[in-house]
Design a protein around this ligand. Structure first.
Ligand code: ARG
Length: 587
């Protein structure tokens, strides 16, 4: 809004001065000098063959007199704009009265399906699955805040080879006799059993061809809902999903739909028929495939290869719909899922997948098949938001000392342990819920402050610091504001009196914070919001260190402080809510 206001004044002045080119303003590059700037006089001068400084002067001399903005020309030809204290007070007052705190709502509302989480049934959740629920949850909250209609689907991996592998392993370990012989007691399948069976089977399949073949067969039996394979599968799924739900809830990730690949199974035959009817399929070594390569394209392999030639000379391989044995694959269920989503929900504008960047080619294949076959309508946007890897301090994917992948459960334990240590030094007694809130906030902020596609280093001590660009620092700031507001007996808000730099800075940070939401929305990343909310918290701390709200004697000023605190609290809470970071009671 503020941009429009300045631009309106500026453009009216330009027209008065005889210039008809549209001028625009941005936040200032030199915040010490001014708040906004317009750089357009240079291009305008070039077009007209005139002196840019003179143009700038002509324009500002024609600006309608007002008590909100101060326009100054700076050499060589920038128009600098400063907000007056009166304007800052007005903005603060408007924002405080508005439940969105001055954050504009999108006029055009989109219907979006977000596919994130994506945990695999029967496999233990590990660090590779950490970023998707963190980023996905925040994007969901962001889109909703901006006005979109968002449906979050966890899309569990529950229809693949891991089912056959796990079941076969359990059978060979003698756990499943009851189902095949009918003798004895029905076994209780536990999480521990699954956590042992899957890694064992997965390692075995690598050099035991027979075992692998059999696992393929069992997977197919499950996919065909043959008994007792399917009944056992349902048990495994149940145990596993319970655990997955627990972890996602600890991470604060919530879903509207708890569907899995298996829910798309009833759509597979129809999806394949649609693709076949379009004449897009062919047979290849007994498998049913769709060619999706585009002529002349060079698809970079996601993994860096030593040989640069090799790295780029890859036409996109065909998408495989059915294996030699009739079994379906990851791509098949994803294609069927798009069909399902379009049949279940009307006019979906976008489907976004928050999935590891290394699955880039998979999504290119799936999206191409859906577009070529019309399973996804032409105007629907299909988007893979690929995230980078979470690395250890050595710069390599985060692993245990012995080189194993780290289970999510262990990460959560580590976060709780480290946060508890931190709290203890602050004199706070052990409280798992509190430690979890702080640990998870540390983890989330440490992740989200990076651009989604970048790898980052998981540095728990840095993430957990109570000072600096961290989740706990933001929580701490919010807790502190709450405690001040609790301390002052009379919390009636008064008119804003803004007449010092610390307060000015806070309002300007709020303006930037508000505009960061749009940037995040456009670029599908939370990084600008993280930075902007940190800047606000830090501006607040500076103010807080220099002024005492509780002991202020001047009643009017005190009430202005209370208004300011209330506004900062509102803006902080709104941002932390998007980042899915909880504000604790104490810290
Ligand atoms: N289960 C998959 C994996 O672990 C992630 C699922 C992502 N979503 C999707 N629609 N493919 O790699």
């Amino acid at each position: 809004m503020i941009f429009e206001e300045i631009e309106q004044l500026l453009n009216a002045a330009a027209v008065k001065a005889g210039y008809y080119e549209k001028l625009s303003v941005t936040f200032s590059n030199m915040p010490k000098m001014c708040d906004f700037q317009c750089n357009d006089c240079f291009s305008l001068a070039k077009k007209l063959g005139k002196n840019p400084f003179e143009i700038a002067e002509n324009i500002i001399n024609n600006v309608e007199s007002n008590d909100s903005f101060i326009f100054v020309v700076a050499r060589p030809a920038f128009i600098n704009i400063k907000l007056t204290d009166k304007k800052l007070e007005e903005i603060a007052k408007d924002y405080l009265a508005d439940e969105r705190g001055g954050l504009p709502l999108h006029v055009e509302k989109k219907k979006v399906i977000l596919d994130y989480g994506g945990a695999n049934v029967a496999k233990a959740l590990h660090v590779g699955h950490l970023r998707s629920p963190i980023i996905g949850e925040s994007l969901k909250r962001l889109y909703k805040l901006m006005g979109d209609d968002v449906i979050a689907d966890v899309h569990l991996g529950d229809w693949g080879l891991q089912m056959g592998l796990t079941e076969l392993q359990l059978y060979q370990d003698g756990v499943l006799d009851y189902y095949f012989s009918g003798k004895g007691q029905e076994p209780v399948i536990t999480l521990d059993m699954l956590n042992e069976a899957y890694p064992k089977a997965s390692a075995r399949k690598k050099d035991d061809e027979k075992f692998k073949e059999m696992a393929d067969e069992w997977t197919l039996k499950i996919q065909n809902r043959e008994e007792p394979y399917f009944a056992i599968y349902k048990k495994i799924r149940e145990v596993s999903v319970k655990e997955i739900k627990k972890h996602y809830s600890e991470l604060g990730a919530t879903f509207d739909l708890w569907y899995g690949e298996s829910d798309a199974a009833p759509y597979i035959d129809r999806a394949i028929k649609i693709i076949q009817d379009k004449g897009l399929t062919r047979e290849s070594n007994g498998a049913l495939v769709v060619d999706v390569a585009v002529e002349g394209e060079n698809i970079p392999l996601p993994k860096k290869s030593e040989d640069e030639e090799q790295r780029y000379k890859n036409p996109m391989p065909p998408a495989i719909l059915k294996k030699y044995n009739g079994g379906v694959l990851y791509a098949t269920t994803d294609i069927a899922t798009i069909l399902m989503r379009n049949e279940m929900f009307e006019s979906v504008d976008r489907i976004e997948y928050i999935v590891d960047m290394r699955q880039k080619n998979h999504f290119i294949q799936v999206f191409r098949v859906c577009k070529m076959s019309g399973i996804s309508p032409e105007k629907q946007e299909l988007l893979h938001i690929g995230y980078g890897t979470m690395n250890g301090k050595d710069g390599k994917p985060f692993k245990t000392r012995s080189g194993d992948t780290i289970k999510l459960e262990d990460i959560i334990d580590l976060l709780v342990e480290k946060a508890s240590e931190k709290l203890k030094t602050n004199g706070v007694e052990f409280d798992r819920d509190l430690a979890l809130k702080i640990g998870v906030a540390a983890m989330k902020f440490g992740d989200l402050i990076n651009n989604v596609d970048k790898d980052y280093v998981f540095d728990i001590d840095k993430f957990l610091a109570f000072e600096g660009k961290t989740g706990p620092y933001l929580q701490y700031t919010a807790v502190r504001i709450n405690s001040i507001l609790n301390k002052v007996k009379d919390t009636s808000q008064g008119d804003f009196i803004i007449d010092n730099d610390e307060e000015r800075e806070i309002i300007k940070c709020i303006l930037k914070l508000n505009s960061s939401y749009e940037l995040c929305y456009k670029n599908k990343t939370l990084s600008p919001l993280c930075l902007a909310v940190y800047n606000l918290a830090s501006a607040f701390s500076t103010f807080y260190n220099n002024y005492s709200v509780v002991n202020e004697k001047d009643e009017k000023r005190k009430q202005s402080y209370i208004s300011l605190l209330s506004l900062v609290k509102q803006k902080l809470s709104q941002a932390l809510n998007v980042l899915a970071i909880d504000i604790p009671e104490k810290m």
